[in-house]
Design a protein around this ligand. Structure first.
Ligand SMILES: *[C@@H]1O[C@H](CO)[C@@H](O)[C@H](O)[C@H]1NC(C)=O
Length: 456
């Protein structure tokens, strides 16, 4: 009898253990992958950071870059009176500002190319072999700038999403080239860029790759403005060029006094479950909270981008990596509330979280200080209005304009070529047999499938 009991108890224990384990794994899977907005808070505590390993945040070395454009990349002189407070007249749609204009009008915009240039110069520059050592994977393109013209040497896209993002980047570079006031001043060079969200998805940490966002520790990469400044949208959801979005918002936005005195957020929970669910949980308990999960199938809770501007406070949350939606939130005359960010985009250096030039409100990654910070804004509408105005003055009307975009791309090329003289010296005609490149203009004419596997 005793002999039989033992294995039975043992079996039961094993089965029970397996069941507990199974339920746990299932719950965690649910927490990480489900889009339901009602999973238990305890479960939310338990779920790991999910697809984004975001327990830590980026500490910007230069939170106040608006006040400290100390080391600009180009040799332009900046008059001391041309800070963001005294605004020079800037034509937002002018693509052809020269170096002097760019550095005078957009101080602090070129922090990341400057940083990357110093990083590589300290390592004795980028060599052609450093570029050759980058293993090309889906989401990457290798391009050349030769005698002021743009060439595509190789392009790999996994699908439509990649293809469109690659085209957006190519078109942005092309626009910055053809609008350059002194095209001859741009040296020949070669570049590999990636349109994937994360560096770790496509390459190791030490490559001189052009990317859309980086973590503070990813110092070898160069930040590009995202493809959406050129244009973005899916078949059923045309967003358009960023400046078109801005124009629409400017024409349709409610006056501040008529905006909802609430915090809005809409999105998909499963992209960054921990961050997003916690926001949902925290905001749920307050009258000012208007935070909802979008159910894409039924379009329930859907709120168009421009309707976000009807709220005084707009929350921004990172997704798998950076979220390209920040610039659309910054297009509203509203207070953008952002948790401490892990990923840096090209314009993040201009974010100011305090002082007279404060242009957003920063909260902890677990949102614990959100209620307090929102209450402060509700209690001090003049300050809230000031932050919203600064947001517009700095981003929508200045640093995120087509003028700034073209300046940035040229400064990026300038910083890059300064850090990679050996690449320039070893350039040959990109259309020769060994290089097998074609002009950007011809690349555009390829059918989609040839574009996606170009020289694969
Ligand atoms: C840019 O143009 C202005 C005149 O509009 C000129 O004074 C300045 O020297 C130019 N800068 C460069 C770097 O060519």
């Amino acid at each position: 009898m005793g002999r039989l009991m033992k294995p039975n108890a043992f079996h039961i224990a094993i089965v029970a253990l397996a069941a507990v384990l199974g339920v746990t794994v299932w719950s965690l899977w649910l927490g990480v992958n489900s889009d339901r907005d009602n999973i238990h808070p305890i479960l939310n505590q338990l779920i790991p950071a999910g697809h984004c390993a975001c327990q830590t945040s980026t500490i910007f070395k230069c939170d106040n870059c608006l006040q400290c454009p100390a080391h600009l990349p180009l040799q332009g002189t900046v008059s001391s009176s041309s800070g963001p407070l005294t605004r020079p007249y800037i034509d937002p749609l002018e693509y052809s500002y020269n170096e002097t204009h760019c550095t005078t009008y957009f101080p602090g915009l070129f922090e990341d190319p400057t940083r990357a240039q110093s990083f590589w110069t300290a390592r004795h520059g980028i060599k052609r072999v450093d570029i050759d050592n980058i293993k090309m994977v889906d989401g990457m393109a290798r391009v050349a700038v030769y005698q002021g013209r743009l060439y595509v040497l190789k392009a790999l896209a996994k699908g439509e999403d990649h293809r469109r993002k690659i085209l957006g980047i190519l078109a942005s570079i092309h626009r910055a080239l053809i609008s350059a006031p002194q095209l001859a001043a741009i040296p020949d060079t070669e570049i590999i860029f990636s349109v994937e969200d994360k560096l770790e998805d496509v390459a190791g940490p030490d490559h001189p790759l052009w990317v859309l966002a980086r973590k503070a520790t990813e110092e070898s990469v160069w930040l590009m403005p995202d493809f959406g400044f050129w244009s973005w949208g899916h078949i059923d959801n045309r967003i358009g060029p960023y400046d078109e979005v801005v124009k629409y918002v400017e024409e349709h936005e409610l006056p501040w006094d008529e905006k909802e005195d609430k915090l809005v957020w809409r999105g998909k929970l499963s992209f960054a479950p921990k961050l997003r669910r916690t926001l949902l949980e925290v905001a749920r308990n307050y009258a000012w909270g208007d935070v909802k999960e979008i159910e894409w199938k039924s379009k329930a809770n859907y709120l168009s981008m421009d309707k976000h501007c009807d709220y005084r406070f707009i929350a921004h949350v990172e997704g798998r990596s950076y979220s390209a939606s920040l610039k659309y939130r910054q297009a509203c005359r509203s207070v953008v509330v952002i948790h401490k960010l892990q990923y840096i985009q090209h314009h993040h250096y201009l974010l100011a979280s305090s002082g007279p030039q404060q242009n957003f409100v920063q909260v902890e990654r677990d949102w614990t200080d959100l209620p307090h910070k929102i209450q402060e804004l509700l209690d001090d509408p003049i300050k809230a209005r000031m932050i919203a105005d600064n947001n517009v003055n700095v981003f929508r009307e200045r640093y995120l304009t087509p003028a700034a975009d073209a300046c940035y791309w040229r400064a990026l090329l300038q910083g890059w070529t300064t850090a990679s003289p050996e690449v320039t010296e070893t350039m040959s005609d990109p259309t020769n047999v060994a290089n097998k490149g074609i002009r950007y203009e011809s690349f555009l004419l390829l059918d989609s499938s040839s574009m996606m596997r170009f020289r694969a």
